[in-house]
Design a protein around this ligand. Structure first.
Ligand SMILES: [Zn+2]
Ligand SMILES: [Zn+2]
Length: 276
């Protein structure tokens, strides 16, 4: 995050916003700048990614599903825009620790023996690490107490659209993103790789809510895609995973997506149309 902060400091904040006497290393200045940057960045990333996905990939027939809500897209956007400020502020505290030097992020490939190989290797490790933690956190959020008080809000959307991707209770959203922050305090990673992965996980979160089930045949068994996550929204206690089906298979919560078997939400819509 210090890449973004440094760029903004140089181009806008130092010349136009803060007084000269306030050093860019001042913790309160950093907290204030990060809060604004992360909230605005969060809104931009959510709205742009979800809108592009909605217009290009989302199957609009799903809006006619019997379990879709009236004005659902509007409600999802409203829920997300209310959640993003607090969700972002909790992330800001993690980013602040990161830019104050407590993480294992590094600036140059000279700092690792792996060199540029660290990009694919650390990225794979990041995906596996966060996928494992998110599975168990998400499963915990389905326990009676946490479901009722936090996670229920995200399951209001039985047939989600891409705009449901960030429509959480803010604490729920932060808790599920916590492994992405934690990783860099435990393992090394190049700063640009981390930034790219942060954008990637946001795009992925939107993509598993887009109702587009076109996963390459060979990966259907391995990747936790939109079809798996759709069944999570419809049937609750299955397919908690984020990227892979591995932990659902190990944890006994795997369910072959109904749409892979020809019984998905589009079939419900066809049947509804036949009846009317
Ligand atoms: Zn859930
Ligand atoms: Zn979801």
């Amino acid at each position: 995050m210090d890449i973004i902060l440094d760029l903004t400091d140089e181009s806008i904040l130092t010349p136009y916003v803060y007084p000269e006497s306030l050093s860019p290393k001042n913790i309160w200045r950093q907290l204030c700048s990060l809060t604004i940057l992360v909230i605005l960045g969060g809104y931009a990333l959510y709205l742009i990614t979800a809108a592009v996905n909605y217009y290009l990939f989302f199957d609009k027939r799903l809006l006619q599903h019997p379990q879709s809500l009236k004005d659902q897209v509007k409600q999802e956007i409203s829920c997300s825009t209310r959640a993003i400020p607090l969700m972002s502020f909790l992330s800001v505290l993690m980013f602040l620790a990161e830019i104050r030097g407590y993480s294992k992020l590094f600036d140059s490939f000279d700092e690792t023996r792996l060199g540029k190989w660290s990009i694919p290797l650390y990225s794979a490790s990041f995906i596996f690490f966060t996928d494992s933690l998110i599975y168990w956190i998400h499963r915990g959020l389905h326990s009676r107490f946490f479901y009722k008080n936090l996670h229920k809000q995200h399951h209001k959307w039985k047939v989600p659209t891409p705009f449901a991707s960030h429509a959480f209770h803010p604490i729920d959203g932060f808790v599920q993103s916590f492994p992405y922050h934690l990783y860099v305090f435990l393992f090394p990673m190049h700063k640009w790789t981390y930034l790219a992965l942060f954008v990637f996980v946001n795009v992925w979160t939107v993509s598993i809510h887009d109702g587009n089930y076109k996963v390459p045949m060979r990966l259907k068994e391995i990747i936790n895609g939109a079809a798996h996550h759709m069944d999570h929204h419809l049937f609750y206690n299955y397919n908690y995973g984020q990227f892979f089906t591995f932990w659902d298979r190990v944890g006994g919560s795997y369910r072959n997506p109904s749409s892979f078997e020809g019984n998905g939400p589009l079939k419900d819509i066809e049947e509804k149309e036949k009846r009317t």
